[in-house]
Design a binder for this molecule. Structure first.
Ligand SMILES: C[S@@+](CC[C@H](N)C(=O)[O-])C[C@H]1O[C@@H](n2cnc3c(N)ncnc32)[C@H](O)[C@@H]1O
Length: 219
């Protein structure tokens, strides 16, 4: 089902025209390497400095409540970046066993100090975990970095490693109008697949994904 578990995140200020102006093929190529430039380089390459600032704590609280997560349960965050949400989930639910996976070696090597040893370098399309190894699997603002067919593969991977159906949560880039779509075209650096909510839901069904979802929509 559709549920916004990210509504307590502060709204990001985006200078869309500055991004659009700076967006060259070289910038996009660098950003898609998900290396230092993307996380901690100038804003034109990505985050413009990806630092821990407690913003995920209220989101972590809502995720724990929504999925009724309990100490001892195992959670995986796919596209975990530097593991900020991994850390915050364990802060709000001590005893929860949370792990992160990210394709970025840079992010994993520069992760939050509390999550060292809990972060894996890997690809959402081929999770290095056995079937049924997690009670809950999250992937926030990550899967749209894959082409459509690969999103389906990644959703299949979420279903494979999750012990129970309906304990997944994904947030992906979407648009409801042509204006929102145009804004995306200007802003996004790394996304390869974004679509309307209805078509995303079709994709979720096609993949046999049983979890929950929400959208990042630029306005
Ligand atoms: C926009 S960031 C989101 C990070 C974090 N989940 C958040 O919401 O702040 C996208 C993340 O996805 C990671 N990523 C991109 N492609 C990936 C893939 N194929 N498998 C795993 N992670 C990937 C990037 O390295 C980056 O950390």
């Amino acid at each position: 089902m559709e549920i916004n578990l990210l509504d307590k995140l502060p709204k990001t200020k985006r200078n869309v025209s500055a991004r659009a102006e700076a967006k060259t093929a070289d910038v996009v190529e660098e950003a898609r390497k998900f290396g230092e430039l993307y996380f901690d380089g100038p804003r034109s390459y990505g985050y413009g400095g990806y630092r821990y600032d407690y913003r995920w704590l209220p989101v972590a609280k809502d995720i724990v409540a929504h999925f009724n997560l309990q100490p001892g349960m195992r959670v995986l965050d796919i596209g975990a970046g530097k593991g900020f949400l991994v850390n915050d989930l364990m802060q709000v639910c001590p005893g929860l066993e949370v792990f992160g996976l990210d394709v970025s070696r840079y992010a994993v090597q520069n992760c939050h100090p509390n999550v060292v040893g809990r972060m894996h370098v890997g690809d959402a399309r081929d999770l290095p975990f056995p079937a049924d190894s997690f009670d809950c699997v999250l992937s926030i603002n990550t899967l749209h970095n894959l082409v459509r067919d690969d999103v389906i593969v990644a959703l299949g991977e979420i279903e494979r490693v999750a012990r129970a159906r309906r304990r997944g949560y994904v947030v992906v880039d979407a648009y409801r109008s042509e204006e929102q779509r145009a804004l995306f075209e200007e802003w996004v650096l790394t996304a390869l697949h974004f679509d309307t909510p209805d078509r995303w839901v079709e994709l979720f069904n096609e993949a046999g994904y049983s979890g929950d979802w929400f959208w990042t929509i630029l306005e």
